[in-house]
Structures are given as structure tokens and as C-alpha cells.
Write a protein that binds this ligand. Sequence first.
Ligand code: NAD
Ligand code: WQD
Length: 336
Amino acid sequence: MILITGGLGYIGSHTVVELIAQGKEVLIVDDLSNSNLQVLEGLEKITGQSINFVQLDVKEAPPLNELIQAHPQLEGVIHFAAAKAVGESALNPLKYYQNNVGGLLNLLQSIPTNIPFIFSSSCTVYGDADALPIVENSPIKRPKSPYGNTKKIGEEILEEHSRAHANFKAISLRYFNPIGAHASGYIGENPKGQPENLVPYITQSAVGKIPPLTVFGDDYPTADGTCVRDYIHVVDLARAHVAAFNRLEENKSKTAYEVFNVGTGQGHSVLEVIASFERVSGKSLNYSIGPRREGDIVTAYANVDKALQQLNWSPKYSLDEAVHSAWQWELNNSSR
Ligand code: NAD
Ligand code: WQD
């Protein structure tokens, strides 16, 4: 049984589907701070089975300890639970350190060290990278937000924990930009309030739920002047977790603590994502060009050779397929 913290969230829920498809049993822990029980219903519809779920806040050590002691059969942990709004983290940094760092510490204190651990990290730890595509051993810079810093600190904690305990093995997956939704239409990205991220902003504005998109700057030193990112289908990202878990379970890690980029290796500009949306939806998107957003990185895309070579994983979906799935999800769920 694998403990999935934050398993009702966007990436966690898609990972649960892929783990169950591979015959794994899961135990989801989520405090519902950024999700809801409809996701659990969606997961049960997709998988055709009832799924173990406990509503619990990983910041609260006593119930977390109790839960872990009651499940001696745990064979792995995938830790998604975190707060992730970059803007909010600058306004309320303590919330982010308490939840993202505090929650990680509680988990590490309560699980036996011989249980494999996978951590949701982020390309944000590279800051403005000096060279592209970004390789795992690029310098880690001070991230631009408290949120990003919680990921950098989380990685450092895992590395130090693995040095202190010979049998502790962990992998941090540094996600680039996950987008899209499961083909069933039962789970997808469901941000609370107005989305900060590009693709949910595009799809929600296209159905008239929120005002038209503002493109944050078109005077960057890129081919069309807009920022470039590595957008990866969330199902491809979910499958990278299964691959990472198998690596840990089969004792294939080269070192006790490892990091892998998870992206497609391709960069796409904001205008290319808009063009993709227009292609797959057949709609023209109403948008305007506005000023740059403070803190934005100009260009970030991954070198994914390490994951391709060592995780026995590769991304399968194109940008159009990912954007199409996000659009289908929006159309199915625009009343939510
Ligand atoms: P999400 O908000 O959809 O999922 C996180 C889940 O964790 C939510 O269901 C939330 O209710 C739960 N949660 C939060 N704090 C909790 C707590 N203290 N106890 C229990 N549950 C808690 O976010 P997501 O996009 O699925 O992200 C998952 C992980 O991946 C996060 O750690 C995030 O920082 C990281 N990440 C996300 C992205 C992205 O662009 N979405 C990129 C890089 C890294
Ligand atoms: C993508 C591009 C925007 C909205 C964030 C986090 C990062 C990581 C991934 C978790 C950028 C442009 C966006 C809009 C726009 N998350 N944009 N108008 O900036 O790569 O990173 O998500 O770890 O930490 O900061 O993703 O989706 O916000 O933006 O023009 O209304 O779309 O400027 O170029 P980003 P994003």
C-alpha cells in the first residue's frame, strides 16, 4: 500500500489512477484544503474500485502518526500535499513554510526510514537558469517566491535525511508545467478562485467564466516575444511517479537521494499555447497583451535525458493533445 498525501489534488489524483492501473493499492490522505470529495468519486468511477481515503492535515503530527502506525503494510509514500499559489506565498510566507516544510517534517518523523519516498518538487528551484535546456545538475538558485523556496528546502531536507539514515531512499521529481486532464472527464485541474496558471486561465476565459486572458508581456527575448515553458500532460507526469516508485522498490537508485526533471524537453511560448487552444477547440480566443508579470522566468524547458534513460519512462502526449484534454475537461465541468 502506497500513502499518497494530497492524493485528491490535481497531480495526485491522476497519479492514483496510474498506480491503480499498475495493480498498486493506495491510501489517500488529503485535508481538502484545495480539493473536494467529488475527486474521490471520480477516482472510484475511473478505477471501478473503492479507494482508501482519510481526511487529515499532514501539519497535525498526532493523527498522522496514528494513521501510519495503523498501516504497517505501507510500502511507499508519494508526498504531493502542499500549498502551491505562488502569489499567495509572497503575502503569507509562514503559511507556506508551515504547510510545505512542516508537513514534510511531520511525515519524515512518522514513517519508518526504510519506506521509499517520492517528493513533488518543481522547476522553480532552478530560478532563472543559466543554460537551456535545464539539466538536473544546473545550479539551484534562491527561488523567486516563498513557495519555490519551500521546494528547495524540502529537497535539502530529503538529501540530509538520506545521508543520516542509510536505508532511507528518496526521489524528488522536478515538475515543469503540468497541464491537461484525464480522458474520462472525471478528474482534471480545478483551481479555487481565479486561476494563476496559463492553461486553466485560457479554458475558463474561453467559456466566459472569467475575464479575457492578458498575455503577460510580448517584449521578451524569445522568438515571438512571449515567455517559453515546458508544458507536460498531467497523465505523462503521473506515470513518471509510477516509474520512480518502481525504481525505488526495485532498488535501482544510483544514490540514496536522486532528482529527476519531468517535462517534455520542448519549450512553447504563450502565443503557441494560445494557437494550440484555437486549433483544438476551433474557437478564437479573446486576449490582449499586457505588461510583464513580476518574477516571471523568460524561458524554461527541461533536459529530460536522465528520466528517459534511468526511469524507463517517456512522455507520450503532444501539446495539442494536452490542451485538448484541458478543453474537454472545461466543457464537461464548466458548471462547477
Ligand atoms: P493541488 O493543490 O491540486 O493538490 C495538492 C493537494 O494537497 C490538494 O488536494 C490539497 O487539498 C492537499 N493538501 C494541501 N495541504 C495539505 C495538508 N497540510 N494536509 C493534507 N493535504 C493537503 O496541487 P497540484 O498541482 O496537484 O500539486 C501537487 C504537488 O506538486 C504540490 O506539492 C505542488 O507544489 C507540486 N507542484 C505543482 C506544480 C503545478 O504546476 N501544478 C508544479 C510543480 C510542483
Ligand atoms: C505560464 C506562462 C506567464 C497566466 C508557475 C509557478 C511555478 C510552477 C509552475 C509549481 C508564463 C503566462 C500566465 C496569464 C499569461 N508551479 N501567463 N497570462 O509561470 O511557469 O510557473 O507554475 O511549482 O512555481 O510559478 O506557469 O502557468 O503561471 O505561466 O501570460 O494569465 O503563461 O507569464 O509565461 P509558470 P504559469
